[in-house]
Write a protein that binds this ligand. Sequence first.
Ligand SMILES: Cc1cc2nc3c(=O)[nH]c(=O)nc-3n(C[C@H](O)[C@H](O)[C@H](O)COP(=O)(O)OP(=O)(O)OC[C@H]3O[C@@H](n4cnc5c(N)ncnc54)[C@H](O)[C@@H]3O)c2cc1C
Length: 136
Amino acid sequence: MKETIQLTKEESIKYIEVFDHNPISKWYKNNVCLIGGAAHAALPTSGQGACQAIEDAWHFSSMLEKSKTTESVFSEFQKIRFEKTTTITMSGRDFAKSLFNEDLTFCEQRNENAKITDYKTASQNIAKLWSKNLPK
Ligand SMILES: Cc1cc2nc3c(=O)[nH]c(=O)nc-3n(C[C@H](O)[C@H](O)[C@H](O)COP(=O)(O)OP(=O)(O)OC[C@H]3O[C@@H](n4cnc5c(N)ncnc54)[C@H](O)[C@@H]3O)c2cc1C
């Protein structure tokens, strides 16, 4: 990994800026409803932006199939999606703060914590969050 980074030429690196946004309390107004990144943009460190956009589309279309009123579909959609997407956005932000932190003391402590982390439990917890509100 270190070697790959060292051998990469500067001109081969494309710099991009990435942003998330704070959770939005209401995703809809009149006949417009935000979904995907427009409703809950998360940093790439969440690893879930596109996944959550796809989940939105699935939930949204499932609700529309039940032919309720637009207002009730929108409010139910946000109700079922808000907590999960907010948790993912905020954890992506926390992970970025830790991953790209430049404070030496913080990094040393972070690296020590990484050595004693129970990755089996950690990955089970992540899987539990990522599969929330999805069919078994
Ligand atoms: C570096 C990086 C790595 C990532 N890695 C992952 C990953 O590993 N896993 C994962 O799940 N997600 C990842 N993502 C996140 C993922 O790319 C986004 O969350 C996802 O693309 C959001 O999909 P979307 O359809 O909601 O929005 P977008 O993909 O942003 O699509 C919105 C579209 O609307 C268009 N648009 C905007 N305004 C207008 C307008 N006024 N009129 C017409 N069109 C308009 C835009 O041009 C765009 O094509 C990553 C993102 C980045 C930047």
